[in-house]
Design a protein around this ligand. Structure first.
Ligand code: NDP
Length: 450
């Protein structure tokens, strides 16, 4: 059965593709396995040169890639350009990381002990629809840098940018078979990758529910897994913070990518003394978010990914929210920016909505803020706004998440580690940390005795 790819801003089809099944998945794994010995043998300098060339090609084709991503995901074009810029940065970073990922020499009696960073073999990369090209690059960069070969499965809703990237990968001179892109259902292609005996590792980003099944499926062959899953991150605003700055920034920490972001700071915790003032500023700032045609340079938020997802998101919103924004008329899976006042135990404050809906929650003091922030099965991201530096550090250490920002909502960069605690997953992407997830330490003792 063929797959029809839709533009979420118009609900119109934009491509029709063949779907891969189990047979094609096995063939892709076999191709990656055949390419592995030669790819791992490529010298570090040459591998770096190839990744640098890929980064340069992404830069050269940045506008084309941004337009593909914007059309397929419904992302505002300005945001899509920023994301493609990061994809190039990621490949540049991992080109430079190749000859800086060292082993060790360890003092031992009777000889020399050295460690090597060995590649794993064939890795399966399963990617979601919210940041298709970005998240693919976060996995491809370190996987290729370490000398692995790859089978990449984009989400069925958004396969177009990965298919274009596969062409650029070949154009960069990376040999055929090193990266294999498969378009197909997660329950078929993804599942087969997870269970395939010749796949050494799965790098997965998506829902916590599917992450759980990936972990279960990987157990059969003791596969390594990296899981980047859901989130319900807290944006904690203390009364001593620069409230104007915090309120002006808060909408973009939830409504960016229409809230379809695992890092979305979708619980906004505000200290009681500042609550009313902050709510007033937040409502005004949210009303200024420009929602509309993703191709318009001024647009800040586009539609949701699908009609089905819009229904799920709508199911979280009460009849009378604190604020509900406007959306364009006509087709497309539009959903307004929405603010809801909530208590920590409410469903809206506990479950990942993955849409442009934020819960505003009051707290009493520092201990109360930390307790509410940690009252979640997730632990991915978050922000702390305060002018008290010691408090910022205390709270940053106490909040159970993998990524945090202070007086800022920005915490994802090509060269710093990213990943979750608790049910947001484990393993780290980006930065040098990701190189550890795509390699294995081998320890070798060499006797020097005569
Ligand atoms: P999924 O977890 O279902 O999808 C993520 C990826 O996993 C897709 O490529 C999907 O393939 C694949 N997949 C699905 N089932 C399996 C399986 N059994 N084995 C292996 N791979 C599989 O996320 P959804 O797209 O359904 O989104 C649902 C919710 O997940 C969202 O509303 C949000 O809460 C959360 N989510 C979180 C993300 C994050 O960044 N942490 C990203 C996306 C979603 P395909 O879709 O092609 O079938």
């Amino acid at each position: 059965m063929s797959l029809v790819v839709v533009n979420p801003a118009t609900a119109e089809p934009i491509a029709e593709l063949e779907r891969a099944g189990v047979e094609e998945t096995d063939a892709a794994v076999a191709s990656a396995k055949a390419a592995y010995p030669a790819w791992r043998a490529v010298s570090p300098q040459d591998r770096a040169r190839l990744l640098r060339r890929l980064a340069a090609l992404v830069e050269e084709h940045a506008e084309e890639l941004a337009r593909i991503e914007s059309q397929n995901v419904g992302k505002p074009i300005a945001g899509a350009r920023g994301e493609v810029g990061m994809v190039a940065q990621v490949f540049h970073f991992y080109a430079g990381a190749i000859d800086k990922h060292y082993g060790e020499t360890i003092p031992v009696a009777g000889g020399v002990d050295v460690t090597f960073r060995e590649p794993l073999g064939v890795v399966g990369l399963i990617v979601p629809w919210n940041f298709p090209l970005n998240i693919a690059s976060w996995k491809l960069g370190p996987a290729l840098a370490c000398g692995n070969t790859v089978v990449l499965k984009p989400a069925e809703l958004t396969p177009l940018s990965a298919l274009r990237l596969a062409e650029l990968i070949l154009e960069a001179g990376i040999p055929e078979g090193v990266v294999n892109v498969l378009v197909g259902k997660g329950s078929v292609v993804g599942q087969r990758l997870v269970e395939h005996p010749d796949v050494a590792k799965i790098g997965f980003t998506g829902s916590t529910e599917v992450g759980r099944s990936v972990m279960e499926g990987a157990a059969g062959t003791i596969k390594r897994v990296t899981l980047e899953l859901g989130g319900k991150s807290a944006n904690v605003v203390f009364a001593d913070a620069d409230l104007e700055r915090a309120a002006a920034a808060a909408p973009y920490a939830v409504f960016d990518n229409a809230g379809q972001d695992c890092c979305a700071r979708s619980r906004i915790l505000v200290q009681r003394g500042a609550y009313d003032r902050f709510a007033e500023l937040l409502v005004a700032a949210t009303g200024n978010v420009r929602v509309g045609d993703p191709a318009d340079e001024a647009t800040e938020m586009g539609p949701l990914i699908s009609a089905a997802h819009r229904e799920t998101v709508a199911g979280f919103v009460p009849d009378e929210p604190l604020f509900r924004g406007d959306v364009p008329d006509g087709p497309g899976f539009w959903f307004p920016c929405t603010l809801v006042e909530a208590a920590p135990a409410d469903r809206i404050a506990q479950e990942e909505v993955f849409g442009p809906v934020a819960a505003l929650i009051p707290f009493d003091d520092e201990a109360d803020a930390v307790r509410i922030a940690n009252d979640s099965p997730y632990g991915l991201s978050g922000s702390i706004w305060t002018r008290d530096g010691a408090r910022a550090l205390r709270v940053a250490r106490a909040v159970e998440t993998g990524v945090l920002s202070v007086n800022s909502n920005s915490s994802v960069r090509a060269h710093t580690p990213f990943g979750g605690m608790k049910q947001s997953g484990f393993g780290r992407e980006l930065g040098m940390e990701a190189m550890n997830g795509y390699s294995e330490v081998k320890n070798v003792f060499i006797s020097t005795e005569v």
